[in-house]
Ligand binder design. Structure first.
Ligand code: RP5
Length: 185
């Protein structure tokens, strides 16, 4: 998916199942009415709206893909950038996907700590940026089979980083579902 010189562990994640429901056209491109509908769906979803509508299509696809194995799968969303956004975007959504599909809900086993300040150094220059801290309940994930969900995938790094973090706790990542895949023309 992304450039050549990357962590082989990330490449391993990208070689697994990755499914996106819609193509997302960034704002720098002119969109037709259908592409606008998809943009609005993704923006609404990010704002915590239309989560039940999206949960239906995601749950259906999970059952189609995994069949009788579905009930052993832990469904886990890549957290949004702050706890507030994460709850708004994913709490009801995860509940509904798991209620409809029968997957195990990881939502309450991950927490996001407020956007902390972190110092980054590059070429001798220091910059201060917001960094997200994700806390995993390690014992919950050990030995599980996880399906990851994220609202958008662009270059795939957020997904791969998150998948590797879960596997470091003894989970096995089956793959990822994404509401939108950014089209890079
Ligand atoms: O890491 P890549 O795939 O480039 O970007 C995807 C991230 O960018 C955000 O919009 C999404 O919520 C996702 O977490």
């Amino acid at each position: 998916m992304a450039a050549m010189n990357v962590n082989p562990k990330y490449k391993k994640q990208w070689s697994k199942l990755m499914f996106s429901f819609f193509d997302y056209l960034p704002m720098k491109y002119e969109a037709n009415p259908r592409e606008w509908q998809i943009r609005r769906l993704i923006w609404d979803f990010k704002d915590g709206k239309r989560s039940l509508q999206v949960a239906e299509i995601v749950a259906r696809k999970i059952r189609e893909t995994f069949g009788s194995m579905t009930e052993k799968i832990v469904f886990c969303c890549v957290p949004a950038s702050s706890n507030e956004k994460n709850v708004k975007r994913y709490k009801d959504f995860s509940d509904e996907v798991c209620r409809l599909a029968g997957t195990i809900n990881a939502f309450d086993h991950i927490s996001v700590e407020g956007e902390r300040l972190a110092v980054h150094e590059y070429n001798g220059t220091k910059t201060v940026k917001n960094a997200q801290v994700i806390n995993f309940e390690e014992a919950f994930f050990k030995g599980t089979q996880v399906l990851i969900f994220d609202d958008v995938i662009t270059r795939g790094f957020s997904y791969a980083r998150f998948a590797c973090a879960l596997e470091a706790f003894g989970a096995s990542v089956l793959g990822g579902f994404f509401l939108g895949r950014t089209l890079l023309k």
